[in-house]
Design a protein around this ligand. Sequence first.
Ligand SMILES: Cc1cc2nc3c(=O)[nH]c(=O)nc-3n(C[C@H](O)[C@H](O)[C@H](O)COP(=O)(O)OP(=O)(O)OC[C@H]3O[C@@H](n4cnc5c(N)ncnc54)[C@H](O)[C@@H]3O)c2cc1C
Ligand code: SF4
Length: 355
Amino acid sequence: MEKPFAITLDIGSSLANRTGSWRTERPVYVDRMPPCNNACPAGENIQKWLYAAESGDVADNPDDAKGGNGYEAAWRQIMQDNPLPAVMGRVCYHPCESSCNRAEVDEAVGINGVERFLGDLAIERGWRVEPPTAESGRLSGKKVLVVGAGPSGLSAAYHLRRLGHEVEIREAGPMAGGMMRFGIPKYRLPRDILEGEVARILDLGTGSGAIAQPTLKDQIIGTWTYVSVDLVRPDGAREPLFGPNPQGQASFDGNGRYILMTARAGQAKFTSTNRMEGTPEENKAVVQGSIAHFGSYTIDEATKTIAFHIETSTFPNWNGTDQKRPFTITGDQLTWKTPASTGGGTAEVILKRAK
Ligand SMILES: Cc1cc2nc3c(=O)[nH]c(=O)nc-3n(C[C@H](O)[C@H](O)[C@H](O)COP(=O)(O)OP(=O)(O)OC[C@H]3O[C@@H](n4cnc5c(N)ncnc54)[C@H](O)[C@@H]3O)c2cc1C
Ligand code: SF4
């Protein structure tokens, strides 16, 4: 060694003395994004809410809660970034855990499981997020229309409401949730959990803003084709009124006009090939095997009832009458019921949305 022992002022000498490099290198503190936070698609401040969650349930220890700690504080911290923790705690592929540094020591922190626990606790205890009010002076006076109530639209609406904007969200489907509802299976995402978090976001619409769910009128607009028209007897027995696989369609426009036509499949043709010269049997088969009417319609959202005002029908006795049908729309299926005209029971009509 050229330098005297213990003089360690340049790189290498400390290594030669086997004292390490402490004399020639100084630590630099770099404030970087934690890897979990960086990997989280929702951008959650995971370290912060995990820290708060460490205090546990402080419901009986208000002093701990004052410091911004405890389960509720942890949940509120998540809600700064992500309004769907119970959903994400189930369906997220947790890239946060894949990038967790702790895995190099033993195993990754179970972030996803804690997030799910906090999300479930919030639903159970009814924790809510209050949007700005007129009194708070934080309303922007601006209005935003969000199209689509999947997780993206719901999250956008949620953050916009918290920023003080008036938000209206329009959904083409029958219910809010998008692929969370119609794609992800129930065993992975139970629907009561989904409902809990979606309802909390939609409830932010009360007060100065509005997060509108699609009305039944919105949902019924379009064209539907027939699946079945059954007479359901009081004992549950079914009888197809227009035979198996009835043909036909119903169309509802946005201006309150409709047209509806149903016919038995495979109806025998007139032997004469002239519709003005049908035999009595052929004419009877046509009348009994088909029905059509058109006119205007209204929807009663409260009672979930459609009222057809029939202007003209192939059954002229219906002309000028109003007929009410309680109905439901589930996904792409429209179902309405009416008391059977003869023999007791109910006529049940099922249609599906035309693609
Ligand atoms: C079978 C399946 C399983 C999945 N499993 C997982 C999983 O385990 N984990 C995971 O992280 N992701 C999963 N995903 C992906 C996840 O569901 C999607 O990434 C997510 O739903 C996309 O959200 P989004 O809001 O962008 O779109 P969507 O969820 O598709 O929502 C869009 C919404 O907009 C509405 N809309 C469209 N056009 C209009 C219009 N013109 N007017 C009004 N409304 C309109 C639609 O009806 C819909 O409700 C899965 C997806 C599927 C299909
Ligand atoms: S599990 Fe939660 S914290 Fe982890 S990446 Fe997904 S949303 Fe973010």
